[in-house]
Write a protein that binds this ligand. Structure first.
Ligand SMILES: [Zn+2]
Ligand SMILES: [Zn+2]
Length: 428
């Protein structure tokens, strides 16, 4: 029987993977412009990290984790998100001792046991940013601006930032008390999850997908956290908005936005586009580093799904094309030229020119077809005549022009032409 890939996973084949490479390059290049550096953490961690670092009331931890016992009897979990691992690495490697803030980013696979559907996978891929060590509202604006810029450069349209503040350890308990007082008399009408949320984190009732829960919220006049922020949170929130305006970031305040994670404090946001809910989002997490065992350190970050971004891009009629090409195809017209062909390939590749050949004994006509299929820019022809004259025939597939080039000058000529074309391409 044929073995198939597990449900909720995907094979990224040549032809599809190029768009991913472009997207990843956009993420790296965009974040580099703001002096962010990459961090790579393990794909699996001790389960306890996510229980503490993501929060055991969240759907992610309570329902969606790939948790298993390893052969040593330890409970480990395939990372369901990127932040907890980065924060753990920050603490474990004492990055806080370096005297400056850490501006980090990651790209990689995450795992959640969810019902697979369009654009949603059990192994999915995220890019994200974490900044540790700054409490000020300016860094909030920088991170939100970067989150938006990455998506704009990918080519997504009509993007908007939905922004909120979810308060802090001063104003959140006050809000919680109000929620509990207002909602307890109607507790039975809330969905099961919200009954639990009422005890642990009533703010997240605003995040419920059940309509009746929202009706109850409205009927009891449950206050938005945004309306009952403490003075510090309120000031922080105002400053973030002022900075975003200065940076020309389009945003709206969305008072019922709370995000599905327990660790957010103050700023929380999502990037959306009409017709598409969350494309990426993030928030501030001032208590998380301590929760994971480090010194009190402010943090903020965002994450976005690669599958999701590409899906929205396709729905909007866009694409990230980066057709695979090679610089040179070495065609062998006669078996006597085999060894020279291998030498030429090695020389070209050694100069950074991408080159390939036929390895299946095709005739000349068929080799040219293969060169076409590989999107080769030049074909270098080697046969008896070429060996005798010490010159290869080089054909430019774009113009059809052919010329004789001494073996020793082959690499320089192709290098020059390819670079010239690249420069011309950028100008056009
Ligand atoms: Zn507060
Ligand atoms: Zn509910």
């Amino acid at each position: 029987m044929e073995i198939q890939r597990p449900r909720g996973t995907a094979d990224l084949l040549p032809g599809t993977v190029e768009a991913w490479q472009v997207l990843e390059r956009i993420v790296r290049d965009t974040l580099a412009t703001a002096n962010y550096q990459e961090i790579r953490t393990p794909v699996f961690e001790h389960t306890e990290l996510f229980e503490r670092g993501v929060g055991d009331t969240t759907d992610i931890v309570s329902k969606e984790m790939y948790t298993f016992e390893d052969r040593g009897g330890r409970s480990v979990t395939l990372r369901p998100e990127g932040t907890a691992g980065v924060v753990r690495a920050y603490v474990e490697n004492k990055l806080y001792g370096q005297g400056s803030i850490s501006k980090l980013y990651y790209i990689g696979p995450m795992f959640r046991y969810e019902k697979p559907q369009k654009g949603r996978f059990r192994q999915f891929h995220q890019y994200g940013v974490e900044v540790l060590g700054s409490e000020g509202p300016a860094i909030d604006a920088e991170v939100i601006h970067l989150n938006l810029t990455v998506l704009q450069r990918i080519g997504l349209k009509n993007l908007q930032v939905e922004l909120n503040s979810v308060g802090c350890s001063v104003c959140r308990p006050r809000h919680k008390a109000q929620m509990v007082a207002l909602l307890t008399p109607r507790r039975d009408e809330l969905c099961k999850e919200c009954q639990e949320r009422l005890e642990k984190n009533p703010l997240r009732i605003f995040d419920c997908k059940n309509e009746h829960c929202h009706t109850v919220l409205k009927e009891v006049g449950a206050p938005y956290i945004t309306d009952v922020l403490c003075e510090d949170c309120s000031e922080h929130f105002q400053s973030v908005q002022a900075y975003l305006t200065a940076m020309s970031v389009p945003f709206v305040v969305q008072k019922d936005l709370v995000r599905g994670l327990d660790y957010y404090t103050r700023t929380a946001w999502e990037v959306t586009s009409p017709g598409f809910t969350t494309i990426a989002g993030g928030g501030r997490y001032n208590g998380l580093v301590e929760q994971v065992g480090g010194p009190a350190t402010a943090g903020i970050g965002f994450g976005g799904g690669i599958e999701r971004a590409l899906w929205v891009l396709a729905e909007q009629g866009g694409s990230l094309t980066d057709a695979h090409t090679i610089d040179a195809f070495v065609a062998v017209a006669d078996t006597s030229a085999e060894r020279t062909a291998m030498a030429v390939l090695a020389t070209l590749r050694g100069r950074g020119i991408s080159a390939d050949r036929d390895y299946q004994g095709r005739g000349m006509k068929s080799q040219f077809k293969l060169a076409d299929r590989m999107n080769a820019k030049f074909v270098v022809i080697l046969g008896e005549a070429e060996l005798a004259s010490g010159k290869a025939t080089v054909k430019d597939l774009a113009t059809g022009q052919q010329e004789e080039v001494p073996f020793a000058e082959l690499a320089s000529l192709i290098e020059e032409r390819v670079k010239g074309a690249a420069v011309g391409g950028h100008e056009a």
